[in-house]
Design a binder for this molecule. Structure first.
Ligand code: PAD
Ligand code: ZN
Length: 375
């Protein structure tokens, strides 16, 4: 029985900006009050982890254990933890929910005020870390830190899922799938017969396509500079795909021309300023909605003529697809078990945690959609 004791286990540590992952033995302290220690079973590689390695995110301190898209099993719980016990199958929540604050109680938002205000970057709410390695404190990432055999999270940052959920691919509900799918359903509210364009056909963009299709969109246009992504996009519901490199005019102009004035819904799933502007410029002047899903680099700013919005365009964004994580994730897991959508379609590779650097190489080369690390 490991409850109440320090656990020594394997983790992938990022010692500094730009460094490769280093497999280390780390010590994971027991959970304090209102905290939960989780044995991670599987964790996906998301572009946001790569942004963190590259130092593009403001909320990252090194050395750190990255990873935020996972499924696991509760190992032990700290004092006064309600509704979770050892053995429960769980998904960590990078966008936690206290379920008490103004935003958690407001149906329009999924960004919890409590976690935003009370949490310092990279540590638990008491200001300390639960990870040490070679005598050094290792920072936490996005309330989760999942590239490790064991992690500790706040009770607000984990939710129990059905005991029969697959441990093979359910981790994608922890980020990529839910982010894209919810961006279409919750943030854009795609309507039947509408025309949609998706910039960036990685895990996030493809999950947006799955959402657009379920919402009954009539035309779903995928845009990527890597045409190797087109077959999968079409398999998941894209009706056509565009490679901006095939044209000598801006891709937004191509889309406006091909859609008789612009799309109903444009999604940016890359994280670049240029594709955010291209998405906005592809949207219909009178009623087009643009959703920014991609995470831009910390110093990036966007500039456009405000008149572009005056005629009726809407520009918005969302984190985790607008889902209220704690309450929505268990239902998304049930929907997946009921085959409402197929998570396996987003999985291209599976590797042991030790081969995490290979997984990131696959992301960089454009060969993978989602690589799942089996911990
Ligand atoms: P990914 O790297 O798997 O996919 C990005 C895709 O964009 C690739 O297929 C690229 O070829 C393509 N691409 C690159 N440049 C261009 C371009 N100029 N025009 C068109 N396509 C291009 O990443 P991902 O799907 O894991 O993540 C996508 C973004 O979403 C990334 O910025 C990530 O940080 C962000 C994200 N946001 C949330 C959220 O809650 N908002 C959650 C998770 C990820
Ligand atoms: Zn992610």
């Amino acid at each position: 029985d490991t409850a109440g004791k320090v656990i020594k286990c394997k983790a992938a540590v990022t010692w500094e900006k730009g460094a490769p992952f280093s497999i280390e033995e780390v010590e994971v302290a027991p959970p304090k009050a209102q905290e939960v220690r989780i044995k991670i079973i599987a964790t996906g590689i998301c572009r946001s982890d790569d942004h963190a390695v590259e130092g593009k995110l403001s909320q990252v301190k090194f050395p750190i254990i990255l990873g935020h898209e996972a499924v696991g099993i509760v190992e032990s719980t700290g004092e006064s933890v309600k509704n979770l016990k050892p053995g429960d199958r769980v998904i960590p929540l990078f966008a936690p929910q206290c379920e008490q604050c103004m935003c958690c109680k407001d149906p329009r938002s999924n960004i919890c005020i409590a976690t935003k205000l009370t949490k310092s970057v990279g540590v638990m709410s008491d200001g300390t870390s639960r990870f040490t390695c070679k005598g050094k404190q290792i920072y936490h990432f996005l309330n989760t830190s999942t590239f490790t055999e064991y992690t500790v999270v706040d009770e607000m940052a984990v939710t129990k899922i059905d005991g029969g959920a697959s441990l093979e691919n359910t981790c994608l509900i922890g980020c990529g799938f839910s982010t894209g799918y919810g961006s279409a359903l919750n943030t854009a509210k795609v309507h039947p017969g509408s025309t949609c364009v998706i910039f960036g056909l990685g895990g996030i963009g493809l999950a947006v396509i799955m959402g657009c299709k379920i919402a009954g969109a009539g035309r779903i246009i995928g845009v990527d500079v890597n045409p190797d992504k087109f077959d999968k996009a079409k398999e998941l519901g894209a009706t056509e795909c565009i490679n901006p490199k095939d044209y000598d005019k801006p891709v937004a102009q191509v889309i406006v021309e091909q859609t008789g004035g612009g799309v109903d819904y444009a999604f940016e799933c890359v994280g670049h300023i240029e594709t955010m502007l291209a998405a906005l410029n592809s949207s219909h002047f009178a009623y087009g909605t643009t959703v920014i899903v991609g995470v831009s680099a910390k110093e990036a700013t966007i500039t456009f003529d405000p008149m572009i919005l005056l005629t009726g365009r809407t520009l918005k964004g969302s984190v985790f697809g607008g889902w209220k994580s704690k309450s929505s994730v268990p239902q998304l897991v049930l929907d997946s078990m009921a085959k409402k959508f197929d998570l396996e379609k987003l999985v291209t590779h599976r590797l042991p945690l030790d081969k995490i650097n290979e997984g990131f190489d696959l992301l960089h080369s454009g060969k993978s959609i989602r690589t799942i690390l089996l911990v």
